[in-house]
Design a protein. Structure first.
Length: 310
């Protein structure tokens, strides 16, 4: 609840930087049809024609991207209403300052989350260590026997935690569910790596979500005209097996900054299915992989599994 309130506070405190309505100051040409070297087409518009100022061009100095009749064009800044342009630049500078302030607040918040997460992990490790140490006191036959007992306790804790997650409706672990940075064409890939911790084989797994820009507004694919989409991965994914998927150019938009997952649907080979959404997805993505937690515990105890169970 506290995390949700803080996220809402940060979101509401930063107004989104938007496009503005303006006009051209003189008769000019709108440029389009860029082939990688030059613009191949143009459209003539008269003085006073209304346009929407979208953003400054990243490719051409002194040019801006504008929208005219629902299509995007490039135009030299000298042809744009200079009063509106100055207001746009000032508003953008103010927005960027607020974005930096928001990022700093998010960094401070994330640091506090990491500290809390480390504390939870350390508490779990302390409990497991205490259990293992209690067992060791009664088993002094040999160092190998002691290590075997610790390893068995770790394995039992590992299985108990897996079963707990499954019973809570979280039968997978997520190594990552993220996007790439936009390529030169604005293409953004969706990437997903998971582990099946259930006892059933996964047939298909589908992820649904949308993308946002740096100021938390939804981004729309400039080619397919959607923000939210679903991508399906094909199994089978065996129990305790990892699987990775990458869907290239799922969106085209240079302003895409982050991916927001909404739901994950899992279809099993036995015909059953489960959908994970809301806070459950957030918890799964926040949790450290069980494999990493217990490998670290075994390493701290100097336990080599191959030697203990030879």
């Amino acid at each position: 609840m506290k995390k949700a309130l803080l996220s809402l506070l940060l979101f509401c405190s930063i107004p989104a930087f938007s496009q503005i309505q303006t006009t051209v100051e003189k008769t000019c040409y709108l440029l389009y049809g860029f082939n990688g070297k030059e613009f191949t087409k143009n459209k003539k518009i008269k003085e006073g024609t209304p346009i929407i100022l979208v953003e400054e061009s990243n490719s051409f100095p002194n040019f801006y991207i504008v929208k005219y009749k629902d299509d995007l064009y490039s135009i030299k800044k000298d042809f744009i209403n200079q009063v509106d342009l100055a207001s746009y630049i000032k508003a953008k500078e103010d927005s960027l300052l607020k974005i930096r302030q928001k990022e700093e607040a998010i960094i401070r918040y994330n640091d506090s989350i990491k500290m809390a997460k480390r504390k939870r992990v350390n508490d779990s490790i302390a409990i497991i260590k205490h259990r293992a140490d209690s067992i060791i006191k009664h088993q002094k036959d040999s160092i190998k026997t002691e290590k075997k007992i610790i390893a068995l306790a770790v394995f039992q804790a590992y299985e108990d935690r897996k079963n707990e997650l499954i019973n809570l409706g979280m039968p997978i672990e997520i190594a990552y569910l993220t996007i790439s940075r936009p390529n030169s064409a604005g293409g953004v890939d969706l990437m997903f790596k998971l582990k099946n911790i259930s006892k059933k084989r996964i047939k298909y797994i589908s992820v649904t979500g949308y993308v946002i820009n740096a100021v938390d507004d939804k981004c729309v694919c400039t080619v397919r005209r959607y923000s939210q989409c679903t991508r399906k991965g094909v199994g089978p994914i065996e129990p305790d097996e990892y699987a990775s998927y990458s869907w290239e150019n799922t969106w085209y938009n240079h302003t895409i900054d982050r991916y927001i997952p909404m739901s994950i649907n899992i279809q099993y080979m036995d015909g059953t299915s489960i959908t994970i959404s809301g806070n459950k997805i957030k918890k799964i993505m926040q949790n450290e992989l069980l494999d990493d937690v217990f490998k670290r515990i075994l390493k701290e105890k100097n336990i080599n599994i191959n030697e203990v169970f030879d």
